[in-house]
Design a protein around this ligand. Structure first.
Ligand code: UDX
Length: 465
């Protein structure tokens, strides 16, 4: 039988490109040919060197050179990507068809449900790749099903009130995605989720590949409405999973330029001593918050590696120059504009991750056995932070003051709790080790995620014949 062709389409942001590209690499193992497409703005910045055999890259239009950068008009950007993306992705698929390449399935990430509509119009099966925990997909399902008002009003009269949704841990207002509040800057994603659930309704057999694994979310990972979920994670480079491809060492799609010498610096530090700090590829801390972070980091005896992105790389100096205690920070730690995060998290010297709780960062940390200080900013990060602290017990979540700032003393408290000698810290570190083992178990050949992906692909192959 001729090899199947798949198209994997990712929203042009690092947190969506990384897991989608990793899925593309897994699909290659079945002997398939895979085309990986993202919007032009990210495509041009992506390092695409040495793609493995069978993988090729393509782009569609989002009408922007800069893409998703702080300060852009998000609503306009999202409107453009829906319109131009639909048109140009359709052209891409039609051109492939005319050249004799019919895709057996189009995989697409969160917040681009219009890809499913393009696929449907061309009678090609499509599947959502959900790059957040299954718990989040469940929350959205309940929101659109009948809990919308209840979720929106949660905590309005009593901030401690909690909601019990079937199969999920109790949720307070600070645990549900911030997208449900209209004043949130990312509220535009809610209408897109509404379209996604409409797509599910119109599909005879909607299936979703979720970047999680069965043992991590046994109850949320289920059939919800008419949607079947397959836990296929962790979608991280396989060199970081026992016994897998040692050459697959990075996601291979960095949108930011990094430094080189941090691994040598980590090599000089004792085991479990370094605090790693990063807020992913989108979030930006205010200067006031950065000063408090610096105060917290300097108050412990631990060295730290802190990623502060230069979003405009051409700007000399970048954001880091704005900190008042730069000299002291550089004596005790290292500040870099970007790094290979999975390499850092799997380095023996790293003992704690202060993270914005983006799902990739959270899941990478869990898979590498690194306990977390969860410092969520928006969206799913709030729910992820709750799961880290309450469900998996692999970290602690920060508290903000009445001005919305996490103070240096609070950061110090959390760090001491996670890396200190107390009983709570020991339990957190024990749990982190346990989840690291279970994540690897799920990913290995014959593990639950491997079986789930194979079962899904068998269905697709049967449908393609
Ligand atoms: C966004 C949302 O914030 C997140 O909540 C959602 O789940 C996915 O989309 P982002 O904020 O970028 O993503 O965070 P995250 O999900 O953690 O993804 C960041 C990715 O960039 C990770 O894969 C991480 O390994 C990588 N990274 C980050 C680096 O490789 N180097 C760095 O220095 C920082």
């Amino acid at each position: 039988m001729a090899p199947l062709n798949y198209l994997v389409v990712a929203f042009p942001a690092q947190g969506l490109i990384n897991p989608a590209l990793q899925l593309a690499k897994r699909l290659l193992h079945t002997g398939a040919h895979v085309t990986f497409a993202t919007a032009g703005s990210a495509y041009h910045r992506m390092a695409k060197s040495d793609p493995p055999e069978g993988l090729s890259f393509a782009s569609f239009s989002d009408g922007s050179e800069e893409g998703l950068r702080p300060g852009i008009d998000l609503e306009q950007y999202m409107a453009d990507i829906v319109r131009l993306g639909s048109e140009t992705l359709r052209d891409l698929v039609v051109t492939s068809l005319n050249e004799g390449c019919k895709f057996a399935c189009i995989f697409y990430t969160t917040i681009i449900p219009w890809v499913a509509q393009v696929a449907h119009s061309l009678q090609i099966p499509s599947t959502l790749v959900w790059v957040q925990p299954a718990t989040l997909l469940d929350i959205y399902y309940y929101y659109f099903d009948s809990y919308g008002d209840i979720i929106r009003n949660l905590g309005k009269d009593d901030p401690s009130a909690s909601l019990h949704l079937p199969g999920l841990p109790p949720l307070t207002s600070r645990d549900v995605p911030s997208f449900f509040t209209p004043e949130n800057q990312y509220a535009f994603s809610l209408p897109l989720m509404r379209v996604q659930f409409k797509v599910f309704k119109e599909d005879k057999n909607p299936r979703v590949l979720v970047n999680t694994f069965d043992a991590l979310e046994p109850r949320p990972l289920k059939v919800i409405g008419n949607v079947t979920m397959f836990g296929i994670g962790p979608l991280i480079p396989s060199a970081f999973l026992d016994g897998q491809d040692p050459l697959d060492k990075s996601f291979g799609a960095d949108l930011f330029r990094g430094s080189k010498d941090y691994i040598q610096w980590l090599d000089t530090k004792p085991e479990g001593s370094v605090i790693y700090v990063s807020f992913g590829s989108i979030s930006v801390l205010s200067n006031a918050q950065k000063e408090e972070m610096a105060r917290g980091l300097l108050s412990t005896s631990h060295p730290f590696l802190w990623v502060i992105r230069n979003d405009k790389e051409e700007e000399v100096g970048g954001q880091e120059d704005q900190l008042s205690c730069m000299e002291e920070l550089e004596q005790k730690g290292m500040i870099v504009p970007w790094c290979s995060q999975v390499e850092v998290l799997s380095h023996a010297s790293v003992g704690c991750f202060v993270t914005h709780s983006g799902w990739n960062s959270t899941f990478e940390s869990l898979t590498c056995g690194v306990p977390m200080v969860a410092f969520p900013q928006w969206g799913d990060q709030q729910t992820n932070a709750m799961l880290v602290e309450n469900e998996w017990k692999v970290g602690v979540r920060v508290n903000t003051n009445e001005r919305g700032i996490v103070e240096g003393d609070e950061i110090k408290r959390c760090l001491e709790l996670v890396v200190g000698d107390g009983e709570e810290g020991e339990e957190i570190r024990r749990n982190a080790k346990k989840w690291k083992g279970l994540a690897r178990e799920a990913a290995k050949e014959g593990g639950s995620s491997d079986r789930n992906l194979n079962a899904f692909l068998e269905e697709i192959q049967m449908e393609a014949n």
